[in-house]
Every structure is written in C-alpha cells, then in structure tokens.
Design a protein around this ligand. Structure first.
Ligand SMILES: *Cc1c(COP(=O)(O)O)cnc(C)c1O
Length: 350
C-alpha cells in the first residue's frame, strides 16, 4: 500500500498495556490527590459552563493557576493535551525536514517517534554505563552536528538520572540549539529550569499534570518559555487544542496544590524503601529522582512472571533487554511488588 508517507512506513501504533492487573506500576501514574474529594462529591458544572461554545483558546483561568504554581507569568505559558502535545508542538514548530534532534539515550521514546513523523533526524548520545549523562559529551556531539533542538528529560525516564541545573546551564551556554527540558518528574527532584526561561532565550521547559499531580486521565500538560518562543509556537498550535472540561478540572486541581508537597514526600519515602529492598535482593537498581526505579535482572521473563501475579511493571527491549522500570506506588502496592518479587527469586533458586 503506497498511500502511506515514507517517514512512517516502519512505525507501529503505540500499544498501551491492556493486561488485567491488581497492582499497576508500569506507567508512573501518580495518585489522584488533587481531585479525589471533588470526585467523591460529584463534579458539578455551573450553568455558565457552555459546552456548545468552543473552549477559551487562551485557557485564561487555567494559565492563571499554572502561573501561580510555577511562578512565571501567563504570557510565558502554553497548555495542551499532555506534555506529549507540547513535545510534538516544539518539533513541528522548530525542526525542518532533515534537521537534527539530539537527546541522551535511553530516554523517553516519544522524542524519536515525533522526530520520525516529522521527517527530522534523531541522534541519540549514549548515556554512561551507569546511566548518568555526561554533559561534555553532549556538548561535543552538539557542536559536531549542529542539532536544531536538544531534548533533555530531567529527571530522565526511564533511568531516573537527574542532571544538575549547572550542567543544563552549561549545555545551553555552550551550544546554539534550542534546549527543551522535559520536567515531567521534576516535582520528585529539585533543580527545575522553569524560572530560567527569562535568562535564556533558547530554553523551553515542559511540565505535566500526569505524574506528581496524579491526573494522567485528564491529559493536561504545559510549557514555559520566553514570549518570543511562545509567539512562534502559537502560530503552529491548533486552535482550541485544550477542551473546556480539562481546562475546568485543571483549575479545580490547582486549587488544592498545597497537597502536592505531602504526596511527593510520601513517594520519596516509598522510593527509598523500594530501592533499598531491591538492593537487599542483590538486584542492580539505579538511584532515581523520579517516581519510579530502573533496575536490571537476569530472571528469565520477569515481566511475565509478575504480570501472571497481576503486577504490571515496564520492560524494555533491544539494548535494554533485562532492564525494567517499576513505578513507586502506595505503601501497599510496593509491598505486594516486593513480596512477589522475593517469591519469584526464591523459586528461581530451587
Ligand atoms: C509521562 C511522561 C510525560 C507526560 O506525558 P503526558 O502527555 O503529559 O501525559 C512526558 N514526558 C515524559 C518523559 C514522561 O515520562
């Protein structure tokens, strides 16, 4: 069939895992802490909620809330359907056919997928053996091949590695690319670059409500950048890209933003627990700044063995065969995961 465009010929549809489960630790989804009460009481829309009209294209109320949360003006914000839409928008706006997108690897798979869809060239710079990122190596490579944009996932998914703010500043100052920092998990770490958008005119920071804010289901992400970048991206953004219901729910969610701190604290505590348990089992686990832990195991088909017990984690292929990523769940979920893992290991040894 020749109707398909060349760039996507070998692309496969994203396949979300649809196995039955009792414990879901495969997608780094946080808990819905911001809206659980609102939902318990029943979501109420007042009579001025006009679903017959197109949404507010400016998403003005929502941007006001985001503005207070990250402490940058509304003018510096664009919102959309998850940070996935933000990644696509940035590529679509700034990278022409055959221009280069540079990113450390392994990292979030959507970068190279969008790169491919828009016929750009994706170049990965291999992380160190311990999955740390060598900023000098990144800078050298960038100066060799002149990428249009460099995407840094910080903390990195799936490895959990956190680049320091100093390293990211060094990267910006020593290259001429647009630097995109995907901060999907930054609430679980420190060193956000969001307030640096006024100091660097080539910096774009992406954030989401899907992880620390526990609202993956509403599809809400946003970006921060200086107003020149925002103006250019707005030329490309589809009108009314964010629906009224998500805008409304997003506003409600940010009213409870004081709950985020305690939730993050709890996740960090559980992350420490999970990490130490994995190490105790002699599993090679990597220190993580996200709400997940990356680890390596030579147990044959560990993914399937856990799934068989109703526990879902994330597995990887090719170069990362034998590597896994487990999300930090609640206390109960984490203990179920650990107990079942222990059981699998015991059985392996018999
Ligand atoms: C989960 C995740 C996102 C968030 O995607 P949404 O579209 O906002 O749900 C973005 N980047 C990375 C690296 C992620 O892991």
């Amino acid at each position: 069939m020749e109707m398909i465009k060349k760039s996507i010929k070998n692309l496969n549809a994203y396949k979300a895992c649809d196995l039955p489960f009792t414990v879901k630790l495969d997608a780094n989804e946080g808990k819905n802490i911001l809206l659980e009460n609102v939902i318990k009481e029943g979501l109420i829309f007042n009579k001025d909620f006009n679903l017959n009209y197109y949404p507010d294209d400016e998403a003005s109320l929502l941007k006001s809330e985001i503005s207070k949360y990250v402490n940058i003006p509304k003018e510096n914000i664009i919102v959309g359907n998850g940070s996935s839409e933000m990644i696509e928008l940035v590529i679509k706006t700034f990278v022409d056919k055959d221009e280069i997108i540079l990113s450390p690897t392994p990292s979030f798979s959507m970068y190279s997928i969008f790169a491919q869809i828009y016929s750009t060239k994706f170049v990965g710079v291999q992380c160190n053996k311990d999955f740390s990122i060598d900023v000098d190596k990144l800078i050298d490579r960038a100066n060799e091949i002149n990428p249009k944009i460099i995407i840094i996932c910080n903390p990195n998914n799936p490895t959990g590695y956190l680049m320091t703010k100093k390293d990211i500043q060094k990267l910006i100052e020593n290259t001429s690319a647009i630097i995109v920092v995907d901060e999907a998990y930054i609430e679980f770490a420190q060193g956000s670059m969001i307030n640096e958008i006024f100091n660097y005119d080539r910096l774009i920071v992406l954030r989401t409500l899907s992880k620390a804010l526990g609202l993956a289901g509403i599809r809400l992400g946003y970006m921060g950048a200086n107003t020149d970048i925002i103006e250019i991206i707005n030329r490309v953004k589809s009108p009314y890209n964010l629906n009224s219901i998500t805008q409304y729910i997003g506003v409600q969610a940010f009213k409870n933003k004081n709950k985020i701190f305690d939730y993050v604290k709890e996740v960090k505590k559980e992350r420490k627990f999970l990490y130490s348990q994995l190490i105790k089992m002699k599993i090679k686990a990597y220190d993580s700044s996200g709400n997940f832990i990356f680890f390596n195991s030579n147990i044959e088909n560990l993914y399937g063995k856990l799934a068989h017990k109703g526990i879902l984690i994330r597995k990887f292929k090719e170069d990362l065969e034998g590597y896994y990523r487990v999300s930090v769940g609640n206390k109960n979920e984490n203990r179920i995961f650990i107990e079942n893992l222990k059981e699998i290991i015991k059985y392996e040894k018999i």
